[in-house]
Write a protein that binds this ligand. Sequence first.
Ligand SMILES: [Zn+2]
Length: 118
Amino acid sequence: MLKTKKMPIRADYKKYYDARWRKFRLAMLEAAGNVCERCGKPHRLLNVAHLSHDPADRRMIAVLCPSCHSRNDTAQRVAMTRRTLAQKRGQLWLTDEMRLAPIPLRLWPPETRQLDLF
Ligand SMILES: [Zn+2]
């Protein structure tokens, strides 16, 4: 039996990847014909990717091969890495909105959701 390397899931996102997700994921893979929706290539480790980077989002979703998934998430990954490094160095952000920008708005702490005012 082949061992597959699984993508690590952030601890606070694990609750979104339950049995319902796994069932949804299998249906998405089947609907996509088990090929990447971007490059059209079949792959034995297709991912169901959250294009909005929000783990609760079931609409902005695509079946992607690991290469296309990685390319899709590059800007998000770079932004999150920059923020993690900045936080470790003690850098302060001008505003909470700038600090939280790559994180889906739904996941922002309630006290920072000032956008409702507009
Ligand atoms: Zn692909």
